[in-house]
Write a protein that binds this ligand. Structure first.
Ligand code: HPA
Length: 248
């Protein structure tokens, strides 16, 4: 049976609707994960929740210990990861409050611990990353959006940037030319690390702002907070529907 974890991003240091059973502190050979693992139930379905940016949202995207997060989940037996992420919308169909289930990634991050391989005398393998996300989890997320009538885009290219600053308008134009449809700061190396340790992984993005240069007024942070809150509610509904479905 699938053991499912949810990694919560910005706006999701707590999972709304989660009944908490217990909190578990895990230490891995890569260090401690961003937060304790919260074992609980969402609408009667068991899940393990991890706050990517820490319990008080103090860990910026480039400082997240992605290796410890993924390894901690692996060590407690997680097989499937749903990675939640606040993102900026680049393509016209990715407007605020849209849920996006990307199917591809372009990685613009740098200087992050991006692999489990590399220790002296360690053996390594090259992973196939042609399709970076698990098709089954993606399918379930899309089904859930349809059932819950949540406005969504069922494919897209996640451009992962370094942060923590937002992008320039020219950077977004370049990313758009590259084919990116959404932009976020945490999608990599998280997805690749999950693949290295054979965990099924997919991203559920929530568009909280139009990307840099896409609106003449610039990015309005006061508005972004409100959109984030509304998006979190949409995510809760989508996850409740998703967890009702079979994963294996
Ligand atoms: N850029 C990068 N990451 C983001 C954005 C953005 O516009 N919005 C939310 N996360």
């Amino acid at each position: 049976m699938a053991t499912i974890a949810i990694i919560g991003g910005t706006g999701l240091t707590n999972m709304p609707g989660l009944t908490v059973h217990h909190r578990e502190m895990v230490k891995t050979e890569y260090g401690a994960p961003s937060s304790p693992l919260i074992h609980g139930e969402l609408n009667g379905h068991s899940v393990i929740f991890l706050a990517r940016h820490g319990r008080r949202h103090t860990i910026p995207p480039h400082m997240v210990n992605y290796r410890a997060n993924l390894m901690a989940l692996k060590e407690v037996g997680v097989s499937h990861v749903i990675a939640l992420a606040a993102v900026g919308g680049i393509s016209d169909d990715c407007q605020e409050r849209t849920i996006v289930i990307p199917d591809q990634i372009i990685d613009y991050t740098h200087d992050r611990a991006h692999t489990f391989y590399g220790a002296k005398n360690d053996t390594f393998r090259h992973i196939d990353f042609s399709e970076p996300y698990c098709p089954v989890i993606r399918k379930r997320l899309i089904e859930a959006c349809n059932t819950a009538s949540v406005n969504h885009v069922s494919s897209g290219v996640y451009g992962a940037t370094q942060g923590p600053r937002l992008e320039t308008a020219a950077e977004i134009r370049r990313m758009e030319n590259d084919g990116c449809t959404i932009v976020g700061m945490t999608g990599m190396p998280e997805a690749a690390l999950a693949r290295e340790i054979d965990m099924q992984y997919a991203c559920c993005g929530m568009v909280v702002n139009r990307a840099a240069g896409k609106v003449s007024t610039g990015i309005d942070f006061s508005q972004l907070e409100g959109v984030l809150k509304e998006s979190v509610e949409l995510i809760r509904v989508v996850l409740e529907e998703t967890l009702k479905l079979e994963f294996e």
